[in-house]
Design a protein around this ligand. Structure first.
Ligand code: PLP
Length: 388
């Protein structure tokens, strides 16, 4: 076995802030601390920085700066898209998918409890929505179709444009949670057909607690955060100036060499997938074999618990994640994996490795060298194995 290394392979959870991003943010914590709403030079400096960041974010997604609204992250942007549409929509039905992030599923459930009807589109074994199912689900009362661009657990990329076109044919706006897509592949709101799009800075080398909602001009959406007149009266609250500056710089850097970056990650991803499937029996790949994020490896090992894998990997210096996002209160397996048809015991034995800018081929070698031993040890003591 190789010597112990420290390997971070959980970039879908969060990413380190890039040095150039930190450098851009730093002055806005200290000497340029002004409130953008105030009326003096110090404040104007902060306001200009916010507008510059808005321009950068807009340019990165093919939008007009006037269509970008800063939020406190991806969760707020998704909540705003869904609940804000409900506030202004002339119906009571929402179409989404069964494998959305909780930032979409839970606001939909909240509306469900208030009398809205929500259709959760099924996915195939690879986690893909069939656009024909969206067509069948849309009714006269439908106010929004919301399907994520790429899934955070299994990395599957959705046929977003086809779904958006169907929504538009019925006069229904289309929202996409693009939190995992930005920086992973080129995102353009027109190419995608998005009327609403959520993004989050900490997923692409920016700070936590900073995000944005793209709102296509003319889209009917109510105000979600009431208070002051910030963000042209549509999202109240003093701007997180350093966070917004960080978002702007990070999206610029993350989208500058997107092809080269994702090619490098995809090569490591494919070596990991091949190595794991070749060396460890009773293992399968979760998600789509081709239509998948360049940085995502998600595998299900039979007879083992994902949490146990994480503990042993952590002891070996590897930070990873499990597809079965158990909360302390419940041991429910991942809704994403079960929607893909995985039986509960396999959904519980899933591991997600997500790659990013600091990973190297040596990290891949290390993971491949220790993982078979980890799974072997757990299977040796697994009560599940005896039942097979
Ligand atoms: N949507 C997806 C697909 C995500 O992966 C995440 C973060 O895990 C979110 C939304 C929430 O974003 P944030 O952490 O900025 O609230």
């Amino acid at each position: 076995m190789e010597r112990r290394r420290s390997v971070y392979m959980d970039y879908a959870a969060t990413t380190p802030v890039r040095p150039e991003v930190l450098e851009a943010m730093a002055p806005y914590f200290s000497e340029r601390f002004g409130n953008p709403s105030s009326l003096y030079a110090l404040a104007r400096e902060a306001k200009e920085a916010v507008e510059e960041a808005r321009g950068r974010a807009a340019a990165a997604i093919g939008a007009d700066p006037g269509e970008v609204f800063f939020t406190a992250g991806g969760t707020e942007a998704d909540n705003w898209a869904i609940k804000g549409t409900a506030l202004r929509g002339k119906g009571n039905h929402i179409v989404t998918s069964a494998i959305e992030h909780h930032a979409v599923i839970h606001p939909c459930r909240a509306l469900d409890r208030q009398g809205y009807r929500v259709t959760y589109l099924p996915v195939d074994e690879f986690g893909r929505v069939d656009p024909a199912d969206a067509e069948d689900a849309i009714a006269d009362e439908t106010i929004l179709v919301s399907v994520m661009a790429a899934n955070n657990e299994i990395g599957t990329i959705q046929p977003i444009r086809a779904i958006a076109d169907i929504a538009h044919d019925h006069g229904v706006p289309f929202h996409t949670d693009a939190v995992q897509a930005i920086g992973a592949y080129p995102v353009d709101v027109d190419d995608m057909g998005a009327d609403l799009l959520a993004l989050s800075a900490h997923k692409f080398g920016g700070p936590k607690g900073a995000g944005a909602l793209y709102i296509r001009r003319g889209t009917r959406i109510g105000t979600f955060m009431d208070g002051g007149a910030q963000e042209r009266g549509r999202r109240a609250g003093t701007e997180n100036v350093p966070g917004i500056v960080g978002l702007g710089r990070a999206i610029e850097v993350a989208t500058a060499d997107i092809e080269g970056h994702s090619r490098r990650l995809a090569a490591m991803r494919d070596r990991l997938i091949r190595g794991i499937l070749d060396d460890i029996p009773d293992t399968r790949l979760n998600g789509h074999p081709v239509e998948r994020l360049a940085n995502n490896v998600s595998v299900a090992f039979r007879y083992v618990e994902g949490e146990s894998i994480l503990l042993l990997l952590d002891a070996l210096g590897i930070a990873a994640s499990t597809g079965s996002a158990c909360t302390s209160a419940s041991l429910e397996p991942s809704h994403v994996l079960t929607a893909c048809g995985l039986p509960h015991e396999e959904a519980h034995g899933s591991l997600r490795l997500t790659l990013g800018s600091r990973n190297t081929e040596e990290d891949v070698d290390y993971v491949l060298s220790v993982l078979p031993g980890v799974i072997g040890r757990l299977r040796d003591i697994s009560p599940l194995r005896g039942e097979a």
